[in-house]
Ligand binder design. Structure first.
Ligand code: FES
Length: 81
């Protein structure tokens, strides 16, 4: 098993440790996850799937909670930040 996983966040290559969540990759990229209805940048808050602040698109599927999904090789992640 590889020790690291490479993904892309808003087209930017990011490498994280194997077992890291998509939320980790988004934060490592310097992006935030989404933008609120009032235009505020939002990032992971609870880290356990209840607040929905960490939603991003993963491989084209929108509204995924990034704290609940582990990074897989070559994932394409679209965040608003
Ligand atoms: S950080 Fe709260 S649902 Fe993901």
């Amino acid at each position: 098993m590889s020790e690291s996983v490479s993904v892309r966040v808003n087209g930017k290559p990011v490498t994280v440790r194997a077992g890291a969540t998509v939320a980790v990759a988004v934060l490592a990229s310097g992006a935030t996850c989404r933008t609120s209805v009032t235009g505020q940048p939002r990032s992971p808050l609870c880290g356990m799937g209840t607040c929905f602040e960490c939603r991003v698109a993963i491989n084209g599927e929108p509204q995924r909670r990034s704290c609940q999904v582990l990074c897989e090789a070559n994932m394409e992640i679209e965040a608003n930040g």
